[in-house]
Write a protein that binds this ligand. Structure first.
Ligand SMILES: [Zn+2]
Length: 110
């Protein structure tokens, strides 16, 4: 797993400490792995039709690391239970989302 050192911004791969400045990365790696694990469990719940559980895993992951995968999972869990306004909030929070409206994009809540 690649991880960017919070101190010097060096990208490290599979190292418990930063190869440039020696900053300890173990805790960050554990947090990222826990966030990914929550996504995996949430996906399984979503596929199994357990949408509330999927949303809880997505939220747990989001609280650990704000990723687009966590937001997407929460979006899908909310869509699946008909909570469209909650789904829209997650859609808008997704990191890396293109903020410019795309051509032909339909505005649902004008
Ligand atoms: Zn560093």
């Amino acid at each position: 797993m690649e991880i960017k050192c919070p101190s010097c911004k060096k990208v490290n791969s599979d190292s418990p400490e930063c190869i440039r400045c020696g900053c300890e990365l173990n805790i960050l790696i554990a947090i990222l792995q826990a966030a990914e694990s929550e996504i995996s469990m949430g996906k399984a719940k979503l596929l199994g039709g357990e949408f509330q559980d999927a949303l809880e895993h997505a939220t747990q992951s989001w609280n650990l690391k704000k990723t687009s995968n966590a937001a997407k999972l929460a979006f899908l869990a909310n869509i699946s239970t008909g909570k469209y306004e909650e789904a829209l909030k997650w859609y808008l929070m997704a990191p890396g989302r293109n903020l410019e409206p795309r051509k032909n994009e339909v505005k649902l809540f004008a």
